[in-house]
Design a protein. Structure first.
Lengths: 113, 110
C-alpha cells in the first residue's frame, strides 16, 4: 500500500515549456487535489476532483489544467511554464463524503527558469 | 483573501515543555478543523482534527481547542519532544475543500 505517490520528484523547466505531473493513489479514494506551496503562503488549492471524469477549479487555477481519466490518477499539466509557477506541488486524496482527512504525496519541486 | 491565519511564523520551545500553536479563521462555514505536521522534503501528515460542534479534542500528547465565538483554535503539545520539530499547518474544511494557514515552524530545543 503505497498511499499517494507523485512523479517526478524534481523538475527544471525553461519558460514556455510544458510538462505533466502525475499523482497516483491506491486507496480507492474518491476525491483528489493539487496544491502548491510557496514560502509564507501555506498550501493553496489549484484544482480538485470529486470523482473519475470530474474536475473543478480551486483557489489558483490559472496556468494549469488537470485530468482524471482513471479514479486512481490525477494529472496536473502546465502548458506554458512561467517563473511564477516555481513551487512545490503536492497531490492529496480523500476517501469521500463524511471523511475529512486528506492524505498527501511527497511533493514535486518544480523550478522554471 | 486568506480564510485561515497563523500569525506566528515560528515557535521555539524547550524539550519537555508545552508548545501552543494558534490559528484564527474567518469562514463561519468551516465544519471541521485539521492540523497537519510537515517535515522538510515530505508531504504534510494528518495530526488531529476537531468538529466545529466540539470545543476540545485530545489524542495522546496533542490537544486541540476550539473557541467558535472568537473564531480561534489552538494546538497544545505536551510534553514537547525533539521529533515534534516541524512545520504545523492549521486547516478549515468547507464542503470537500481545505483552506490552509501559512504554517508555524516549531523548534524543540534540548
Amino acid at each position: 500500500n503505497a498511499g499517494v505517490t507523485q512523479t517526478p520528484k524534481f523538475r527544471v523547466l525553461k519558460t514556455g515549456q510544458s510538462m505533466t505531473l502525475l499523482c497516483a493513489q491506491d486507496m480507492n479514494h474518491e476525491y483528489m487535489y493539487w496544491y502548491r506551496q510557496d514560502p509564507g503562503m501555506g498550501l493553496r488549492l489549484i484544482h480538485y476532483s470529486v470523482g473519475e471524469g470530474t474536475t473543478a477549479k480551486g483557489e489558483v487555477p490559472d496556468g494549469y489544467n488537470v485530468s482524471r481519466l482513471k479514479k486512481q490518477n490525477f494529472l496536473l499539466g502546465l502548458e506554458s511554464a512561467a517563473p511564477s509557477q516555481t513551487s512545490v506541488y503536492f497531490c492529496a486524496s480523500r476517501r469521500g463524503t463524511g471523511y475529512n482527512e486528506q492524505f498527501f504525496g511527497p511533493g514535486t519541486r518544480l523550478t522554471v527558469l | 483573501d486568506q480564510q485561515v491565519k497563523q500569525n506566528s511564523p515560528s515557535l521555539s520551545v524547550q524539550e519537555g515543555r508545552i508548545s501552543i500553536l494558534n490559528c484564527d479563521y474567518t469562514n463561519s462555514m468551516f465544519d471541521y478543523f485539521l492540523w497537519y505536521k510537515k517535515y522538510p522534503a515530505e508531504g504534510p501528515t494528518f495530526l488531529i482534527s476537531i468538529s466545529s460542534i466540539k470545543d476540545k479534542n485530545e489524542d495522546g500528547r496533542f490537544t486541540v481547542f476550539l473557541n467558535k465565538s472568537a473564531k480561534h483554535l489552538s494546538l497544545h503539545i505536551v510534553p514537547s519532544q525533539p521529533g515534534d520539530s516541524a512545520v504545523y499547518f492549521c486547516a478549515g474544511n468547507n464542503d470537500y475543500k481545505l483552506s490552509f494557514g501559512a504554517g508555524t515552524t516549531v523548534t524543540v530545543r534540548a
